[in-house]
Design a protein around this ligand. Structure first.
Ligand code: ATP
Ligand code: MG
Length: 647
């Protein structure tokens, strides 16, 4: 099976890496044996107003969970991302912006970005924002959004970015949860050739929630919108009234930096709270080492800034490192499925980072879109967000990476702040579908579902983390009890990730899916990811989602939702073929019981499959689907219900 496939680092990657396998091993060991010494040294990569004397002060002892890193240190995030680079790289491009419509783009240097951030910060101050206030940001993928985030960090305000695809209800819930009295938005956004009515959504949200006194609107499309007298102001008018003089606010390392709601795959989103020092250190160190990023390279992470991936790997990590980061307003399929590759060639991208959902969609559209582009500047490819099916991994490697680019599959979560398990390029051999080995300071533990530590290298169970790392979330905003309950109660003494995993004989980690999604077929535990990967490896299948449903004989039956490649006929013969296929790939135990053709799958707005909804449909219990507010396209659910197989 796929597990046998091993890709050794290329000669080029080995020649350039600054962390060889031996160095990785040595540093990893030291990060565990001497965390205070190790992290004090790493903390030097940031500029501090006061360098911390206390490094690690954390406890996972139930129920008194407390996490503090660098607690007496003082620094400012925007200073680290901007001011400190001005002397050496003021004229270097900080952000390359590529618009939704091909042919629209712009660039901003570190000096210009610094100037814009200071002005935006002064606009916030002039509108009453003070240190510690929560600022909601509901904006499109434009440079001003990064400017707004950095402006908050400059004055010590706590941002809560809401992805621009969310509905008024989702905005209202998040605004009231964090008690924010100001919203930054735009008249409209642009995505895939269409406009998104951002300001209208904010108006609708504010009809449902009180407490918002100020809405600052950036003019993007210029189409007419409603402005509420006394509440709403134009950013362009406000910025004309301020200057660019805004000294950075000295912040304690443990002062909150931002709140970000998880994507809602498993239920109601949680307001994840990250703080200043540990988060920035984690973001900048992982960005540099996991991607082996070097000065002058163009780094493109295709996530939306509304997700943690966008926070850490579009804004904070790259800018803290003085990198050139690319921000893309559009979508991979507009105007056609070659857009990503056009942009890679146009802006000479060196490192490209996307999600399995995008890779599978582009694979489904046909390899010819990628094959047309040589992309000679590409050196490394990243993937994050879901387990990547080995088939999609190989497609990415061959058609995008042309067989020459390293692939970094990074496992992490909104809660972890940055990468946790990922291969160091040039040091760690990769295996398609495995995120490989832990980052410095990360101690993964495989527990049996009952909580027994699995000591053997080869093990299977749930994934927990044994001790704190600097990028860890500190709490659920306003609800520390929920933090303790969600992450520390089920397996006492550990941070519980909610993911299932397997560790192979080489100590590599394979995420098998959410723990709630693991199947139990006739007493055998099967990860949804494994069955899905087997299905996706069939040439006619572009995407698959697998869930269990009650089965009289086996306990759980295997129910598969399958999306076919463009143009493939969906008939019973193909169903039979797929059943045989999976049986052959994994074994008789994994033979699908029911297959449903799914033209679309229910996904969160960040593109993750929401299996809990599919489980309800498979169980023939679709009356109560739970929280569906984070669904990207609610219409697909109706089609799935109508064509359900288990009646
Ligand atoms: P919620 O917590 O609200 O259900 P979510 O878990 O989807 O939402 P995120 O923090 O965006 O919110 O996603 C983290 C999860 O994504 C991980 O727990 C894991 O299940 C999955 N994931 C991320 N990266 C990888 C990866 N490289 N391989 C496998 N799974 C991954
Ligand atoms: Mg989660």
């Amino acid at each position: 099976m796929s597990e046998q496939l091993v890709f050794q680092p290329s000669a080029a990657a080995i020649a350039r890496t600054r962390t060889t396998k031996a160095q990785y091993d040595e540093m990893y060991a030291r990060s565990l044996s001497d965390p205070n010494g190790f992290w004090a040294e790493q903390a030097k990569r940031l500029d501090w107003v006061k360098f911390p004397s206390k490094i690690k002060n954390t406890s996972f002892a139930y129920p008194d969970i407390s996490i503090k890193w660098f607690e007496d240190g003082i620094l400012n995030v925007s200073y680290n991302c901007l001011d400190r680079h001005l002397a050496t790289r003021g004229d270097q491009t900080a952000i390359v912006w590529e618009g939704d419509s091909p042919g629209t783009d712009s660039k901003v240097s570190y000096r210009e970005l610094h100037d814009r951030v200071c002005r935006f910060a002064n606009v916030l101050k002039a509108n009453g924002v003070k240190k510690g206030d929560r600022v909601t940001i509901y904006m499109p993928m434009i440079i001003d959004t990064a400017v707004a985030m950095l402006a908050c960090s400059r004055i010590g305000a706590v941002h809560s970015v809401i992805f621009g695809g969310f509905s008024p209800d989702s905005i209202a819930g998040r605004v009231s949860d964090c008690g924010s009295s100001i919203i930054l938005t735009a008249d409209e956004g642009r995505r895939g050739g269409k406009t998104v009515p951002l300001k209208k959504n904010v108006d609708d949200a504010l009809a449902k929630v009180g407490g918002v006194e100020r809405v600052i609107v950036v003019k993007v499309t210029g189409n007419p919108i409603n402005m509420v007298e006394g509440r709403d102001v134009w950013y362009q008018d406000e910025v004309a009234k301020v200057n660019a003089d805004c000294p950075p606010e000295p912040m304690s390392a443990e002062d909150p930096l931002f709140i970000l709601y998880t994507s809602g795959s498993t239920g109601k989103p949680k307001g994840v709270l990250h703080t200043t020092g540990g988060y920035l250190l984690w973001g900048s160190l992982t960005h540099e080492l996991s991607f082996d990023y070097r000065d002058g390279e163009v780094f493109w992470c295709t996530a939306d800034v509304g997700w943690v991936t966008g926070h850490t790997y579009i804004v904070y990590g790259p800018l803290a490192n003085g990198a050139t980061t690319l921000m893309f307003e559009g979508i991979p399929s507009y105007p056609d499925a070659s857009r990503f590759w056009q942009v890679v060639e146009k802006h000479k991208v060196n490192v490209f980072h996307t999600a399995p959902t995008a890779i599978r969609a582009l694979m489904g559209a046909g390899a010819e879109f990628a094959d047309k582009y040589d992309m000679p500047t590409l050196r490394l490819l990243g993937t994050v967000g879901e387990p990547i099916n080995p088939e999609a991994w190989r497609w990415y490697h061959e058609h995008v990476g042309k067989g020459r680019c390293e692939i970094v599959d990074a496992w992490w979560q909104t809660e972890t702040g940055g990468h946790m398990i990922a291969p160091f390029p040039g040091a760690i051999a990769t295996k398609p579908g495995s995120a490989t080995v832990p980052f410095f300071g990360v101690q993964p533990v495989v527990l049996s579902p009952e909580g027994v530590v699995q000591d053997e290298t080869k093990a299977e169970g749930v994934l927990a983390i044994k001790d704190s790392w600097p990028g860890q979330m500190r709490s659920v905003y306003g609800d520390h009890k929920r933090f303790v309950e969600t992450y520390f109660t089920q397996y006492k003494g550990y941070y519980f990730t909610g993911d299932g995993c397997r560790r192979d004989e080489d100590g590599y980690y394979w995420i098998t899916g959410r723990v709630d999604d693991v199947l139990n077929v006739s007493g055998h535990r099967l990860g949804t990811a494994e069955v899905e990967s087997a299905l996706v490896s069939h040439p006619k299948v572009s995407e698959a989602a697998v869930v269990g449903y009650p089965h009289d004989v086996k306990g759980q039956g295997i129910y598969c939702y399958v999306t076919l490649m463009a143009g493939e006929a969906s008939d019973d013969a193909l169903k039979a073929e797929l059943k045989t296929w999976v049986r052959k790939e994994i074994g008789p135990i994994a033979t699908p019981d029911l297959i449903q053709w799914a033209p679309g799958l229910p996904k969160t707005r960040s593109g993750k499959i929401m299996r809990r909804i599919l489980r309800k449909v498979a169980e023939n219990d679709f009356g109560s689907l739970g929280d569906t507010s984070t669904l990207a396209d609610p219409a697909v659910v109706n089609d799935l219900i109508e064509n359900r197989q288990n009646r």
